[in-house]
Design a protein around this ligand. Structure first.
Ligand code: ITT
Length: 179
């Protein structure tokens, strides 16, 4: 798995190890093209990784899409997380009543020369303040049930309901179809 994000590696390992699938983590960044579409970012990212001679890998591009902000930060989630962070997002959401949001996770998988791209989703709400100390990134401000943040639930629960868990299941189903 190719990522600079250790939180993602942990979540993939948790699901895949239980299925007897071993993963190797390659800490590497790739250019993320400017696009409003996660699938396009992943598809271009895969081309770049392949140009480096790497085969049999997965990459993951994720984002938090907030309904009342027209889907922002979306594909700019990493930049927003690094700059204004969760507090900045909460500030943008001050006095906003509609707090609905969606986490999306797009996985690009190269195995045996074949490309599979899937996108998992998880709907929820932006909480009024940060809560919990688990997870990573936007987890302290996102809740799928409107009460408990993703940073406040067990990792296996997050994997069961999250965008990434959804994407992993879609990927395994796609790969299963080919075998
Ligand atoms: P890569 O090297 O894999 O690209 P990244 O951290 O830049 O790592 P993304 O662009 O996919 O990853 O992620 C966009 C942002 O969304 C980033 O700040 C992540 O921390 C955050 N994020 C991704 N998945 C998340 C999750 O499950 N829970 C909370 N935040 C998440």
């Amino acid at each position: 798995m190719i990522t600079s994000n250790p939180g993602k590696v942990k979540e993939y390992r948790e699901v895949l190890t239980a299925l007897g699938i071993e993963t190797e983590h390659l800490h590497m960044t790739y250019d993320e093209v400017q696009s409003s579409d996660l699938e396009e970012v992943v598809s271009k990212g895969m081309e770049e990784v392949r140009r480096k001679g790497i085969r049999d890998f997965i990459i993951d591009d994720s984002g938090l899409f907030i309904d009342s902000l027209g889907g922002f930060p979306g594909v700019w989630s990493a930049y927003v997380q690094k700059t204004i962070g969760n507090r900045g997002v909460l500030k943008l959401m001050e006095c906003v009543e509609d707090r609905r949001a969606e986490f999306r996770c797009c996985i690009g998988c190269d195995v045996g020369g074949r490309t599979t791209i899937v996108t998992g989703k998880c709907r929820g709400l932006i909480l009024p303040e940060e809560a919990g100390c688990g997870g990573f990134g936007f987890d302290p401000i996102f809740s799928s049930d409107g009460e408990t943040s993703f940073a406040d639930i067990a990792p296996e629960t997050k994997n069961r309901i999250s965008h990434r868990g959804d994407a992993i299941r879609l990927l395994l189903a796609e790969l299963g179809k080919e075998n």
